[in-house]
Ligand binder design. Structure first.
Ligand code: GDP
Ligand code: MN
Length: 387
């Protein structure tokens, strides 16, 4: 679960990471009220779960109430990379001397935590990372050992932070690590972590992703869940009792069982495609479930082809085949379907499909063949769309 900046800052504050005083506002009047409380000048900040708000015009300094009105009015309702701004965070503006970058995340390949720290933080950190990777000091932290004050101090030296910032920055990093571990974050990022002109180090932005697997031990996360904007595709699938994950490619995937769904995703990638989503119809799926799954996938506009990969166990392939046929009769499926069915009652299923096979519904004997076909169809459709 991703948090909004204001929620991330509230989370940081719980652990003692210094942030600026401020408050949320959903209207222009509330923005002015929050500004009066925070003290001018303030910064008016769009709350959307996407980076680059500053460059998109979603972060503005305001010296007085009139300026707050102007900026809050302009930013509320603004579209930032497909996210509509419905809420603002207003905080007392800081005088920035330096902008640093600090984060902790998991390095899955190395099986340890990874801290990243740079003296070159701010809105261009991506370019810094790409062009001057040596400007980012990386620190692997063994989760069984953690990080101590000496390691944090060596790390800020390594990153070449300004001498007057080092002691406070090291303390912030220790706290950020505690927040990341005890707070069960997948990512805890501060960009920028600033040094103010009067020599204080604090967090000016917050990007926090919470680990959903730890939700059971964090009842306080409910307030974050309440503001989550659900992917409409995921909501529709949930209503039908289907497990759906939205992705950003072009091949829609339907499989039975999470394991098969994920290996199907891998095979699609392996043959050069990208998945638009994957939908696990579970075990024992019948015709109704299959029809509902196709409807959900069909409602995803990014889908250019649909790959149905069923290995019948409890799920019977004849039922699945009936579901596909029924769905084709019920809804106008926009993309061609490639289906591979095997396992329980596969022969019967193939017989059911046979009279319906066409360019729009193709059957392939293996997962690899089917994936190749679906990826080729998606590529052809995407190519046409681009012309
Ligand atoms: P992002 O663009 O979504 O990462 O939003 P940030 O919260 O990181 O803000 C972007 C940039 O706005 C920062 O890097 C700062 O340069 C600037 N900014 C944000 N808050 C303040 C502030 O209190 N004072 C000043 N002077 N600049 C700020
Ligand atoms: Mn930022």
């Amino acid at each position: 679960m991703d948090l909004f900046e204001y929620q991330g800052k509230q989370y940081f504050a719980r652990f003692g990471i210094p942030t600026s005083p401020g408050g949320v506002a959903d209207t222009v009047d509330q923005a002015v009220a929050q500004a009066e409380q925070a003290g001018y000048p303030v910064v008016v900040k769009a709350q959307v779960k996407v980076g680059g708000r500053g460059k998109a015009g979603g972060i503005k300094l305001a010296a007085d109430a009139d300026e707050v009105r102007t900026h809050a009015g302009a930013i509320l309702g603004m579209d930032i990379k497909g996210h509509t701004v419905e809420r603002l965070w207003i905080e007392n503006a800081s005088d920035i001397a330096k902008e640093y970058y600090a984060s902790f995340t998991l390095d899955r390949a190395a099986k340890v935590h990874l801290g990243m720290l740079s003296a070159r933080g701010g809105v261009d950190i991506e370019e810094v990372a790409a062009e001057e990777p040596e400007a980012i000091a990386r620190l692997h932290v063994d989760p069984t050992e953690g990080i101590d004050a000496a390691a944090a101090r060596a790390w800020v030296d390594d990153a070449n932070l300004d001498p007057e910032a080092r002691e406070q920055a090291a303390a912030v990093l220790l706290t950020l690590y505690r927040c990341y571990v005890e707070g069960d974050c997948d990512l805890a990022e501060i960009n920028p972590l600033i040094l103010t002109t009067d020599g204080r180090v604090h967090a000016l932005d917050a990007k926090v992703t919470l680990d959903d697997n730890a939700r059971y031990r964090h009842p306080e996360w409910e307030e974050f869940a309440a503001t989550e904007v659900e992917d409409p595709r995921e909501r529709r699938a949930k209503e039908k009792g289907l497990n759906y994950i939205g992705l950003s490619g072009s091949v829609g995937i339907i499989a039975n069982g999470a394991g098969l769904a994920m290996s199907t995703l891998d095979v699609v990638n392996q043959v050069g495609g990208t998945a638009a989503n994957f939908l696990d119809i579970g075990g024992g799926a019948n015709a109704d479930v299959m029809a509902a799954a196709l409807e959900v996938i069909n409602s995803d506009e990014a889908v250019r082809s649909i790959l149905v990969n069923i290995f019948g166990g409890i799920t019977r392939c004849d039922e699945v085949a009936n579901g596909v046929v029924e769905a084709l009769g019920r809804v106008d499926i926009a993309s061609p379907i490639v289906i591979r069915i095997d396992g329980t009652n596969a022969e019967a299923g193939r017989e059911i499909l046979k009279p319906h096979l066409s360019d729009r519904l193709r059957a392939r004997p293996t997962m690899l063949d089917a994936a190749r076909e679906a990826v080729a169809l998606a590529a052809a459709a995407t190519g046409e769309g681009a012309r």
